[in-house]
Write a protein that binds this ligand. Structure first.
Ligand code: FE
Length: 255
């Protein structure tokens, strides 16, 4: 399937990336990635996206595992392209829904009825056991959302980074994997300098991430950073000048 990329498979642990577009809103949409981690008979779904792709993603997940086996659905933040179908997923599965505690009360506006299904993450994040391994929710606050997390999978060494690392380009203009960081950089710059709150948060996130052995950075939009390109991305990201650094310009004030 062309919208599906196997990121990792060691026989008992698998990570799959789906890149499903909401066709009704294609003119306005970006390339969007959704992720599934499977270990034995248990799964975690990451950033499952908007209502427009719910059925297609449900079918794509079902080809790998019974959706009833999804233990957790993780939402990196509250945006509609991340959490818009939270109610559909709550009805279609028995998974626990994991999101920053800041956004729990807002999920009702996406139609979620059963608030008891949500695990609201505290600001410092959390570690959960997953089979023999662990999943770490790493703080990514204000990058861009005030309650925001990345997810690190200790077995595959993949960091699911949400909007951090997002490339803004139509999917046809992007490779699944970044070949040359310098060529890819223009797709990153505008988005990160406008959406990320400040350089201080960028550096804090990179400091947290460097505590883990990361082989791949997998953002919710755009291309994967692997090996040397993941290192290059972290070096670039810790120097990003965000909203705080551009405050006067954004507000049209004199320095
Ligand atoms: Fe977002």
């Amino acid at each position: 399937m062309k919208n599906e990329t196997l990121l990792y498979d060691d026989g008992s642990h698998k990570c799959i990336m789906f890149s499903l577009e909401d066709e009704e809103h294609q003119d306005y949409s970006l390339s969007v990635n959704q992720f599934l981690i499977i270990q034995h008979e248990s799964a975690v779904l990451i950033d499952p996206g908007s209502e427009g792709i719910f059925s297609e993603l449900y079918d794509a997940v079902s080809a790998h595992i019974n959706p009833q086996k999804i233990k957790y659905i993780f939402f990196s933040h509250q945006d509609p392209d991340v959490a818009g179908a939270i109610n559909h997923w709550s009805v279609a599965t028995s998974a626990k829904l994991v999101i920053s505690q800041l956004w729990v009360r807002f999920m009702g506006h996406f139609g979620l009825m059963d608030m008891d299904r949500i695990i609201g993450l505290e600001d410092h994040g959390a570690r959960i056991k997953f089979g023999n391994d662990f999943l770490q929710f790493i703080p990514a606050h204000f990058l861009h959302s005030p309650g925001n997390f990345s997810l690190y999978d200790s077995r595959s060494k993949i960091l699911f980074s949400g909007d951090i690392g997002a490339a803004i380009a139509s999917p046809q203009n992007l490779n699944k994997r970044v070949d040359d960081f310098e060529e890819h950089r223009p797709f990153l710059e505008g988005f990160h300098s406008r959406y990320m709150a400040s350089n201080r948060f960028c550096r804090a996130w990179v400091e947290c991430v460097r505590a883990y052995d990361v082989s791949t950075i997998a953002p919710q939009h755009g291309s994967l950073f692997q090996g040397e390109n993941a290192t290059r991305f972290l070096e670039w990201f810790e120097a990003v000048q965000g909203g705080e650094e551009r405050c006067h310009e954004l507000y049209g004030l004199k320095k």
